[in-house]
Design a binder for this molecule. Structure first.
Ligand code: MLT
Ligand code: ZN
Length: 448
């Protein structure tokens, strides 16, 4: 280890090799507080060439490497266990925005918020947005195929990436930047590395698509009687709102937790069970279109905002769920996808099963109903106890759903991958891993 540390220090410079426990600490624990690990060191390369040299050195020493971006992952995928943490935070350059092509090249450590600000200045937007925009990095978002708030309009990370540069476990640099919007010349590496959770290669740069900014946005918070109404309304809004930009769900439990933690008074005079947050964006004002689509019996109450302050106030109810839940304890965060029609039966059954197994547990559901994606958050469990996680995954599987919609498999879900992928598929994934990383040094505890 001493020789490896000396080599890494020579590559990046001593101030970018962190070995002291107090400097390593923030890289060794995830943002949920559920996962803790140990890093031999944290190494922070500033260029692709340095990243390549770091990987070649670790490869020669057969030392595991865990790539880490903003450390905002939710499945323990960037937490080291006796590994070198390769932090991408110094790979933080952004090319000038190509406004004619609506494209940009971002290094892996560029934070989402920085990309968003640059796009805004150019009259463009990046298609993926999420509450962790201040910490999430492009490399991490590629590696987890991040989804977020606008998947129903722009798709997830995989739909935004046209070129990738990455480094294999042995230090070989590969990929093509700039990429092209259309390029049918064999296997598609941007797509393959998206969602690979750092197990095949370390992404160093991504060539990304951008979209024209839509100047008119309006947002509505809707109060509904039950989840059945939310499903009916979701189907209706998808058909009747061509400007639909976000469609999110949460429930009374989550609303109360947010109200309490942030000392906000509830937005409606009466209690409701289910809330939808609907956002429309367009080149002309979509308010009339939204109002017409909302004249439905399912809507018991509604608050609408067009100005940014009012819209942000409505969004807070949804975006503050993560922080409010975390303030109560360490949650088990299960991120699942289901056919929309199964939402009512699933939500009833999941509450029932959790209470049967752990009567004192608190379950908070929220998520992206427009994408069939629910976040099942459970408080009051010991961090290592997987009994409920497994019961929920099995339930999801019985409805034909996925055990990961947008957070990835990480460490948490690795034992359950076969609930959603066939043994033939997992075997092919293992063979691909072997080709890219024959000594298994890249994020070895994750995914497979
Ligand atoms: C969200 O939708 O807010 C994110 O996926 C984060 C979370 O699930 O807590
Ligand atoms: Zn989410």
């Amino acid at each position: 280890m001493h020789t490896l540390l000396q080599t890494l220090s020579d590559i990046v410079g001593p101030s970018h090799l962190l070995t002291a426990p107090e400097l390593r600490a923030r890289y060794e624990t995830d943002c949920t507080g559920r996962y803790h690990g140990h890093a031999h060191c944290v190494v922070r390369p500033a260029t692709t060439a340095q990243t390549s040299a770091v990987l070649a050195a670790c490869h020669a020493h057969r030392c595991p490497v865990v790539p880490q971006g903003g450390n905002s992952g939710l499945v323990g995928g960037a937490v080291p266990h006796d590994a070198v943490v390769l932090s991408t935070e110094r790979l933080n350059r952004l090319s000038p925005i190509d406004t004619a092509a609506a494209e940009v090249v971002a290094e892996a450590g560029v934070r989402l918020e920085i990309l968003q600000n640059a796009c805004q200045a150019a009259g463009l937007v990046f298609g993926v947005d999420m509450a962790s925009r201040g910490s999430a990095t492009i490399g991490g978002m590629v590696s987890t195929n991040a989804g977020g708030l606008h998947v129903l309009r722009y798709g997830s990370m995989r739909a935004q990436i046209i070129g990738v540069e990455a480094v294999q476990a042995d230090g070989t640099i590969f990929g093509k930047i700039p990429g092209l919007r259309k390029d049918n010349t064999g296997y598609n590496f941007p797509s393959l590395l998206t969602g690979a959770e750092g197990t095949l290669a370390v992404v160093t740069r991504a060539h990304l698509l951008l979209h024209p900014a839509l100047p008119h946005t309006c947002t509505a918070l809707l109060a509904l009687a039950d989840i059945e109404s939310a499903v009916i309304l979701t189907a209706h809004l998808r058909l009747h709102l061509p400007s639909l930009h976000a469609l999110e769900i949460f429930f009374a439990e989550g609303m109360h937790i947010v109200a309490e933690h942030f000392q906000q008074s509830l937005p409606f005079p009466e209690e409701h069970s289910t809330y939808l947050l609907v956002e429309c964006a367009d080149t002309t004002n979509p308010l009339a279109q939204l109002a017409a689509a909302l004249t439905r019996p399912e809507v018991q109450d509604a608050a609408v905002a067009e100005d940014s302050v009012g819209r942000e106030r409505l969004w807070r109810w949804r975006e503050r769920h993560t922080e409010a839940i975390r303030s109560i304890g360490i949650p088990h965060k299960l991120d699942i996808a289901l056919p929309l029609r199964s939402f009512p039966a699933f939500t009833r059954e999941v509450h029932r099963q959790i209470i049967d197994i752990a009567p004192h547990a608190q379950t908070i559901l929220f998520g992206h109903i427009g994408d069939g994606n629910l976040h099942v958050n459970i408080l009051g469990l010991s961090p290592d106890d997987m009994t409920i996680d497994e019961a929920v995954f099995r339930l999801v599987s019985s409805y034909g759903g996925s055990i990961s919609a947008e957070h990835g498999i990480g460490k948490t879900k690795r034992p359950y991958l076969l609930l959603h992928r066939s043994s033939e598929e997992v075997s092919l994934m293992r063979q691909m891993k072997e080709v890219f990383d024959p000594h298994g040094i890249l994020n070895p505890e994750v995914l497979l």
